[in-house]
Design a protein around this ligand. Sequence first.
Ligand code: ATP
Length: 445
Amino acid sequence: MAIAVPGTHLAFDDTDSPEGMCTTYLATLMLEEFADLDLIGLPRLVRLNPNIPWKTRGNAAISLCLGRGSGKSRLCGHVADTDIRCYDRGAPVDPAELLERASKVLKRVARFDCDKTNPGIVASRAKPPPALYWGAVRGILGLRDVESQLKRSGARWRKFKNGRGVIGAASAMSWRPRDRTWEVIAYRSPDLVGTRRSISDESVIAMDRATRRTFNNYDYENHHIAIAPGSPCPILFGIRGDSSDELLKAKDMIRGERPSKWLLFMTNQGTDDHIVPKRVRSLKPRDSARVDVRVAKYPVTVPGKHVILRVTDGCEMDAAFYEPSRAFRDVARALIPGDEVTLYGSVRETPRSLNVEKMLVRRLVRDVRKSHNPMCDACGKRMGSVGANQGFRCKKCGKKAPYSRAIFEKHARNVKPGWYEPPVASRRHLHKPIRRLSRVNIDNL
Ligand code: ATP
């Protein structure tokens, strides 16, 4: 049964194209439109299945809760020269009216010319059940099933073009966080959108060092500012972290182009919500999974400088460490048969492989390799090999010896047990960074 919550929920998705716009920017335009209403709780930026073929970029959808606010409020944005506050509680407003007004805003700015843009808006007093979120972050949902669910929750919705955006919008609305992070997003002046962003590297590094609960700010391996997107969208930068209070301070530490507005979001970024524990045998293309495996063969580096590691849990598969993951590949290269690892990643269809996003090296075997054939007991000559692992025979006197008589040498291991991940620039939005594996959220808005 759907549970009624204070305020009225409004969610939308699939409004942008690779050439411009951004669904989070639409959230700021909605707040401009709904200046007569209050925000109840923070806006939510919800990432869904990263392996969806029809996403524009990061498969993000937005959900807001609007109403007549009451209780405590706090600053969470600055839009149209006005501070935005969000309230603890609120009285609901009419979903039909919300949908009507929000549709007008969406129609004004959505990139309808792009084939892949199929917007959807949902307004509802009650949230759809959380199973919708889990289905959308880990699998693929059908529009018809989502619409049936929305009907049962008493929601109203509007579809544009093929209306696929309703799937993302409804799923974002149904998110009840088990884990959560925050992102403060600063936006560019409209006249600068499309031009090069000017952000001081030094200020990003200084902010990264001065804040304890932010993550993915700067890629030290590639000397790259990770808070700024490369696309021509309206975002100037976005800083992610485990403390929303610290994020508000962090945004003021960035030097360069001045943002024209900013908004704080609660998000599922950095939570690993997309990952499901699985056995190799049950993996399907586009799954995001965690598997406990043993290394089956020595790693090989293939053209393109990707590293392929054959692994097994009784059933074998290739794990791929792609070139952009840079030094992460060196960890894979240092593994040998018998090592035990836990791999996190997404399954690629052809060639079938697990694209590794994070790895826990659980146990390393001793690296003992044959260095020489043994000497013959009878005549003192070096013996010859009969075949791989099949023992030795003396070429002079014909005496035989088992393989265990070979001379073995122990090699030092160039890797330690522990967690490993790719550099910041090649991480996915949902990837839970090692930096936050042991972290607890300190606020709860
Ligand atoms: P941006 O991150 O810039 O907002 P995007 O990468 O989020 O863009 P969208 O333009 O939103 O991409 O396109 C994603 C589309 O896929 C949306 O229509 C959304 O409803 C749909 N979608 C998202 N997750 C699923 C899912 N699990 N099953 C089916 N459809 C989905």
